[in-house]
Design a protein around this ligand. Structure first.
Ligand SMILES: *[C@@H]1O[C@H](CO)[C@@H](O)[C@H](O)[C@H]1NC(C)=O
Ligand SMILES: *[C@@H]1O[C@H](CO)[C@@H](O)[C@H](O)[C@H]1NC(C)=O
Ligand SMILES: *[C@@H]1O[C@H](CO)[C@@H](O)[C@H](O)[C@H]1NC(C)=O
Length: 313
């Protein structure tokens, strides 16, 4: 059964965003961090690079030319994804179900170097309406104030889309600053590999700088991907399903999605090992959802999200 609370929460949030928009020229658009203003969404070309430089964020073309400078959020709020190690998924975004692991090492000591997972583009939803679904691996700092994520989406978001599956790479800071690469469509049945990697980092020169790179293979923005230079470490790894404007169980694809071959490696090449380190799961709001850690491993891990309608029904 579906919890009625889920529909209420998502519906309320969506209509609140739309109401405030009608009072001002702000245009709400959907991102994996909920509804945001279209003016806060910045398109980054394939192979682009986003760098925090003091109080600015520079967006560079793949050829190195800076094409846009955006003020850095002064105090990125953490509300959009705040969760302590034992905390809860944010209500105002559509996170439904996720598996996560948080690096227990102190900042700068032993960062996550590599995080990747393979998954197959699902069939279309059983019923097509206005729903938007996002499936992704992602990396966040411990306070959840930003996220780097190669995202598979169905439906419409700030980067476009319609009744098809598409891939784009997102870097979202706080509630307000959203970078995304152009959306590319992918067919159901395509094998995707989402990759997040720490290219290098320095903690010695006062301000730490971590350079991360993400891509989604094949096809989407690959192999160029998206590079970011950030003054903090990403310590929280997740594989997540989000959904918006869901009106029934049939708003989801049938069957299940498996994030398989989940690989996570630390800077020194070591791989976290159960039972000391394990994937945790959270299923929020929807009783019909079942996320299961099928293989609790950081080298060939598998996490299954069962949609509420089975393939055979
Ligand atoms: C780099 O890309 C920008 C944006 O497309 C373009 O205007 C510029 O001419 C390019 N520079 C070089 C050296 O190719
Ligand atoms: C990290 O690597 C990138 C890409 O190779 C390079 O441009 C950047 O300068 C490096 N950063 C540091 C801090 O070494
Ligand atoms: C699993 O992922 C790792 C890391 O990307 C890759 O080297 C390996 O080939 C993958 N294994 C399979 C069976 O796809």
């Amino acid at each position: 059964m579906v919890s009625a609370a889920f529909f209420r929460i998502v519906t309320c949030f969506a209509s609140a965003a739309l109401t405030s928009a009608s009072a001002s020229p702000r245009q709400p658009v959907l991102t994996p961090r909920g509804y945001r203003d279209t003016a806060d969404v910045h398109l980054v070309p394939h192979g682009g690079r986003i760098s925090h430089v003091g109080k600015e964020i520079h967006v560079a073309h793949a050829n190195g030319t800076i094409i846009e400078i955006v003020p850095a959020p002064t105090s990125p709020t953490t509300s959009a994804a705040s969760r302590g190690p034992a905390g809860s998924v944010p209500l105002e975004t559509g996170w439904l179900s996720d598996a996560y692991w948080i690096n227990p090492n102190p900042a700068g000591a032993l960062p996550i170097k590599w995080f990747s997972t393979d998954f197959v583009v699902p069939p279309p939803p059983v019923m097509v309406s206005e729903q938007t679904l996002f499936l992704f691996p992602g990396l966040l700092p411990l306070d959840g104030s930003s996220i780097l994520q190669p995202v598979l989406q169905y439906g419409v978001s700030a980067v476009g889309g319609s009744t098809f599956w598409g891939v784009a790479l997102w870097y979202v800071i706080g509630d307000q600053t959203i970078f995304v690469t152009p959306l590319r469509s992918v067919s159901s049945g395509t094998n995707l590999q989402g990759i997040l990697s720490l290219l290098n980092f320095t903690t010695s020169t006062g301000a730490p700088t971590y350079t991360y790179w993400t891509t989604m293979l094949p096809g989407a923005n690959s192999p160029a991907g998206l590079t970011i230079d950030v003054p903090f470490e990403f310590t929280w790894s997740t594989v997540t399903l989000e959904a918006y404007n869901v009106i029934s169980l049939e708003s989801y694809p049938p069957g299940s999605t498996t994030f398989r071959n989940i690989s996570l490696q630390m800077e020194d090449g070591s791989v976290p090992k159960p039972p000391q380190q394990t994937w945790s799961v959270q299923n929020d709001w929807m009783d019909g959802f079942q996320t299961t850690v099928e293989v609790d491993s950081f080298s060939e891990g598998a996490v299954v999200i069962d949609y509420p309608i089975s393939e055979s029904s």
